[in-house]
Design a protein around this ligand. Structure first.
Ligand code: PMP
Length: 404
């Protein structure tokens, strides 16, 4: 899958109406563009089939409920979950992690307990645990990285003790593209009796995830990075954990019976979905998963890996460029240019129709580790091809000429 011909064949730009000719979208790690199939599913849901779910006694609402629950089934199959009851719809990965922290975390963590995170985590897998640290007195440890920017699982093994109750790690780094050996991380956590949460935001659209094969306890991701809509995401958790977790938010749909004397909760996953859910978001996510699987994650991964190799090769030929992350990164390349702020790189590239991200990428502890205030980041998706890599390289050469 690494030849130019294969890549050209795989590029699916024609499926994405918001990517005009001559525009090089290299910010998929922030959010993916949407294929027509997803746009159509959303338009159809609002324009033809729309009604509420779970409450209506009329046919349209019953049909919408079936479609909403079919989306849950689709997510379960996509993740290799045992049951759709293990899938909770949330706004995104951020809400999923906050949900676990504020329900499972508050119920299970106490002073003396420890959590292991890593140096490369996104703020959404750091700050919720710090909020819980204030409420529960749990201590937070930080696993270091290897020289090429992977979570150092040998170090994790040495750090973990039976006081650790949770390990929470990114499956793929949103800055470096480095891939976690999620199965080994899970074994290490379980060996000391800790639970493990895996942040799959960048993994799900690039390498996929099989929660049964990994053996993890919690897995989270956002729909919008998987070519689906914003405002919908997934918390997957083992049924026995979800069943034992207290509610997250109170309101309609999450109850069994409400009286002023005592209210009882609905079973999971409804217990965690208070209020009218993002009905159309779930349907859009269903369409996105169908779209991604119609192409196949092994192909997508090979396609992005080839683009990463080419981008790294092109950029490493430019003297002042410093590349971060491993050679075999999943779809993401971060870099810096000596003496040039990443925001200037981004602005100059934009003049050439090349859209990259510049900043700390919601990973300030990682920036500190890399000893830079920010990086420039190019991230690929299934619509990118060699032309995008060439435009990136041309743009970077122009930046180095401008800054002399
Ligand atoms: N984790 C990682 C690794 C991410 O890349 C992101 C999004 N940049 C998040 C968590 C948070 O996702 P969201 O903003 O969709 O909740």
């Amino acid at each position: 899958m690494s030849s130019v011909v294969d890549i050209a064949e795989l590029s699916r730009r024609a499926d994405f109406p918001a990517i005009p000719d001559g525009w090089h979208y290299l910010d998929t790690a922030a959010t993916a563009q949407k294929p027509q199939a997803v746009i159509d599913a959303i338009a159809q849901a609002y324009g033809r089939d729309y009604a509420t779910v779970h409450r209506g006694v009329y046919r349209r609402s019953a049909d919408m409920t079936i479609a909403y629950e079919a989306a849950r089934q689709r997510v379960a199959r996509f993740l290799g979950a045992r049951s759709a009851d293990e899938v909770v719809f949330v706004r995104g990965a951020t809400e999923a992690i906050n949900l676990v922290a504020q329900t499972w975390g508050v119920a299970n963590l106490k002073p003396g307990d420890r959590i292991l995170l890593s140096q490369l985590e996104h703020h959404s897998n750091i700050v919720p645990w710090q909020l819980i640290q204030e409420r529960t007195g749990v201590a937070i440890d930080v696993c270091p990285l290897t020289a090429d920017g992977c979570i150092d699982l040998d170090a994790a093994e040495a750090m973990l003790t039976d006081r650790h109750k949770l390990v929470a790690l990114a499956h793929v780094s949103n800055v470096l593209g480095s891939v976690l050996d999620a199965r080994r991380a899970t074994e290490l956590a379980h060996r000391v009796g800790a639970r493990i949460l895996i942040d799959g935001c960048q993994a799900v659209p690039r390498i996929g995830a099989d929660v049964a094969a990994i053996g993890c306890d919690f897995y989270v991701f956002s729909g919008h990075k998987l070519y689906g809509p914003t405002g919908i995401g997934v918390l997957w958790a083992k049924a026995e954990l979800l069943d034992a977790m207290p509610p997250y938010q109170g309101g309609g749909s999450m109850i069994d019976r409400v009286t002023f004397a005592k209210t009882t909760w609905a079973p999971a996953p409804q217990r965690f979905e208070a209020g009218t859910p993002n009905i159309v978001g779930a349907l859009g996510l269903h369409a996105a998963i169908d779209y991604v699987e119609s192409i196949g994650l092994p192909f997508i991964h090979a396609h992005e890996a080839a683009l990463v190799r080419k981008a790294r090769a092109a950029l490493s030929g430019i003297n002042s460029v410093r590349l971060f992350g491993p050679e075999d990164a999943a779809g993401i390349v971060s870099f810096a240019i000596e003496g040039v702020h990443p925001h200037d790189i981004g602005t100059i590239l934009d003049e050439d129709g090349v859209a990259i991200r510049a900043g700390h990428h919601c990973a300030q502890p990682l920036m500190e580790h890399l000893d830079v205030p920010a990086t420039a980041r190019a991230s690929f998706g299934i619509y990118n091809d060699d032309d995008d890599v060439a435009a990136l390289a041309r743009g970077i050469e122009r930046v180095t000429r401008i800054f002399g």
